[in-house]
Design a protein around this ligand. Structure first.
Ligand code: GDP
Length: 365
């Protein structure tokens, strides 16, 4: 399952948001999970297509695709030098696929700020510096370890070292290596470095409940927006407190509540959608009488790999995939009619799966 980490300085609203996530999860019963750690929350990716499929296939069970949010507490100034939870905190970030950084944009005299005053740009930069320093340290170690191989003129080692140096130069200037242009091949190599500063990131601007209507009047939020533009980073506007309230309501009540706030969807859903896009994630479906289910895959994955998401046996013994595009199902009304019109394709191992494909895998055990 994909993992997104929630980070931020103390008192910015991380726990409030995280509690909203776990509360929402408690209501969504019936999902087969292993034991969940206290700092891990499961969210569901809302997808209207799933409801439509449920109407057509009338399954016993409908299972949305899910995502893990991890509350990574303990980031303070100096973390890369071991302050606060220090390295432990940084190693948790290494494990996530995306970083959601909560940024405080609410003024509240009763909630102190670690640096005295609310200033989201200073906060973002504090975190940026910590992540940069941690990466510089791990890059220096890697460069050193490669020395021997570089001396033997190993082509791979030389290329790797050059990449590392290039990234380090960028970090030394306090810039973001995420914004650099790399080739596919370089990105593959960089992936193995598992750098914190290469992880996809979004800013979650946490504003006060009253300010949710008029974000243009919130100077903190406006500052975050212009900073994010520079950094080519997406911003999601939320009020963690409102998310808490939404999460404690039943689904029907949630809609009314959102409408009252003039919102189309909860901030949490937007966080999920944006991180989904950011990670290049897509959804395919399996549909039948027992179960209609959504599965997350990475853009560009081929049919056998997608089958492997369900079970590794499906990938190993992959033969073909019966594939029906969601749009074709809608056009022809039922799977049967779509089939009669030749819309159910038999795809082989080189087929690149598309968002919305409804798949039935054939495999040898
Ligand atoms: P964390 O340290 O980042 O996990 O922050 P918390 O979620 O514990 O929040 C710190 C304090 O800020 C708590 O007292 C929250 O109730 C409060 N808080 C969080 N979000 C908001 C908000 O949107 N508006 C206001 N006024 N207070 C908030």
């Amino acid at each position: 399952m994909l993992k997104a980490g929630i980070v931020g300085l103390p008192n910015v609203g991380k726990s409030t948001l995280f509690n909203a996530i776990t509360k929402a999860e408690a209501l969504a019963a019936n999902y087969p999970f292993a034991t969940i750690e206290p700092n891990v929350g499961i969210v569901f990716v809302q997808d209207k297509r799933l409801d439509v499929l449920a109407q057509k296939y009338k399954p016993k069970k409908v299972v949305p695709t899910a995502y893990e949010f991890i509350d990574i507490a303990g980031l303070v100034r100096g973390a890369s030098k071991g302050e606060g939870l220090g390295n432990q905190f940084l190693s948790h970030i290494r494990e996530v696929d995306a970083i959601c950084q909560v940024v405080r944009c609410f003024d509240d005299e009763n909630v102190t700020h670690v640096d005295g005053k609310v200033d989201p740009i200073r906060d973002i930069e504090t975190i940026k510096i910590e992540l940069n320093l941690a990466d510089i340290e791990s890059i220096e170690k890697r460069i050193q370890r490669l020395e021997k191989k570089v001396k033997t003129k190993s082509k791979e080692a030389i290329q790797e070292q050059e990449l590392l140096k290039h990234i380090k130069d960028t970090l030394d200037k306090n810039e973001s290596p995420r914004l650099l242009d790399f080739t596919e091949e370089e990105l593959k190599i960089i992936k193995n470095f598992n750098l914190l500063t290469m992880k996809p990131m979004i800013y979650i601007a946490n504003v006060a409940e009253e300010g949710l209507h008029e974000p243009e009047k919130n100077p903190h939020y406006q500052n975050v927006l212009s900073y994010a533009k520079q950094e080519k980073t997406e911003v999601v506007l939320i009020s963690a407190q409102v998310e808490m309230e939404i999460a404690s309501l039943q689904p029907e009540e949630q809609l009314t509540f959102l409408e009252a706030y003039g919102l189309e969807k909860s901030g949490l859903n937007e966080v999920i959608e944006k991180s989904y896009d950011l990670l290049g994630l897509k959804t395919y479906f399996t549909a039948g009488e027992p179960e209609v289910r959504a599965w997350t895959f990475k853009n560009g994955m081929k049919a056998p790999q997608c089958a492997g998401i369900i079970h590794s046996d499906f990938e190993r013994g992959f033969i073909k995939a019966e594939t029906l595009a969601y749009d074709d199902l809608i056009k022809y009304g039922t799977p049967q009619v779509a089939k009669e019109n030749g819309r159910v394709r038999l795809e082989g191992k080189d087929y690149v799966v598309k968002d919305g494909d409804i798949m039935l895998f054939r495999f040898n055990v």
